[in-house]
Design a protein around this ligand. Structure first.
Ligand code: GLV
Ligand code: MG
Length: 311
């Protein structure tokens, strides 16, 4: 859930929503003249707010601005113990991530926080960032997440559309496929999460759903929500369907059984009309983990084949 760091009303509302993470924004949702004044509000919201076990993140201004270093210093000195990650927008190079990593280490040492606990989320938002995404994703042990920023990215490449995160009219294929896949591969190659960015038409639920389904199908872990209406859609789209979750649990159980002594030590077997093997099990483990994380429960049970010996 994205929350403008300068708005007390939004800060309060965000504490009532069931998102996995929220971020308090000091960047593009805060006007330049309001930026210095927004920092104390963010510190207070982190220290006083009831954020439950959601991941607590602050988006600072990008490294090319005069605000970036003081954003980090004020927020981490004032509320570092109540902060999980800093989001760094418009990342263009590995060196920019390294800058944030070093600055965080200096502040953590100065104020007595555990060194290295605060993570980094990097936003890929322009052509240069995308061109360097593999180096960026490997730039720091603090990195937890790579995020796609469609609005800035669309502007950066002159994409012909004014709707943030939607397909540009006139192009029949998915205009974001290369971008999303590059971010996803860079993230996974480094054991990081991949998160899709905002969809601008906050009252267009179907538009949000379409955009979310594309990145969810590729394997993204989630997507920003700009409005509470988008939250249930995201929670639904990024969780597996009940049928997929049930099937994945069955695959794990069936594979465990068939590879066992009692099941005949088989490496590849049929489950219904599908062949399952070690790779199929790995795919199923992903879906099982997502389903369990979403609190899903099974509606089917694995039946041992007739005549199987009990182990
Ligand atoms: C988000 O920061 C975006 O630019 O889409
Ligand atoms: Mg942006």
């Amino acid at each position: 859930m994205a929350v403008p760091g300068s708005s007390a009303r939004f800060l309060e509302k965000a504490q009532t929503l069931e998102s996995d993470q929220f971020f308090l924004d000091l960047e593009d949702s805060v006007a330049p003249l309001a930026k210095p004044g927004a920092r104390p509000g963010v510190v207070e919201a982190l220290n006083q707010g009831s954020w439950g076990n959601r991941i607590r993140v602050v988006r600072i201004n990008d490294v090319s601005t005069e605000w970036a270093y003081r954003d980090v210093v004020t927020v981490v000195e004032g509320a570092g113990a109540n902060l999980d990650c800093i989001m760094l927008p418009k990342v263009q190079s590995a060196a920019q991530v390294a800058w944030l990593d070093l600055l965080l280490t200096q502040i953590e040492k100065a104020v007595g926080l555990a060194v290295g606990r605060i993570g980094i989320e990097a936003q890929i938002e322009d052509a240069q960032g995308l061109a360097n995404v593999y180096a960026i994703a490997a730039a720091s042990r603090r990195l937890e997440t790579i995020i796609f920023g469609p609005a800035d990215f669309m502007a950066s490449i002159n994409m012909r559309s004014l709707v943030v995160g939607d397909q540009p009219p006139g192009y029949e294929a998915d205009a974001y496929h290369h971008v999303l896949m590059s971010i996803l591969v860079a993230a996974r190659a480094n054991g990081l999460q991949a998160i899709d960015g905002p969809y601008g038409r906050v009252k267009d639920d179907e538009g949000y759903r379409r955009a979310a389904q594309r990145s969810a199908a590729l394997g993204f872990d989630g997507k920003w929500v700009l409005h509470p209406n988008q939250l249930p859609i995201a929670n639904e789209v990024y969780a597996p369907t009940q049928a997929d979750y049930d099937e994945a649990e069955l695959i794990i159980e069936a594979y465990d059984f068939h590879t066992s002594e009692a099941g005949g030590r088989m490496g590849a077997v049929m489950l219904g009309d599908t062949m399952i093997d070690e790779a199929a099990r790995k795919m199923a483990l992903v879906v099982v983990a997502q389903g369990r994380a979403a609190g899903m429960t099974r509606t089917t049970k694995f039946e041992r084949p007739e005549g199987a010996v009990r182990a």
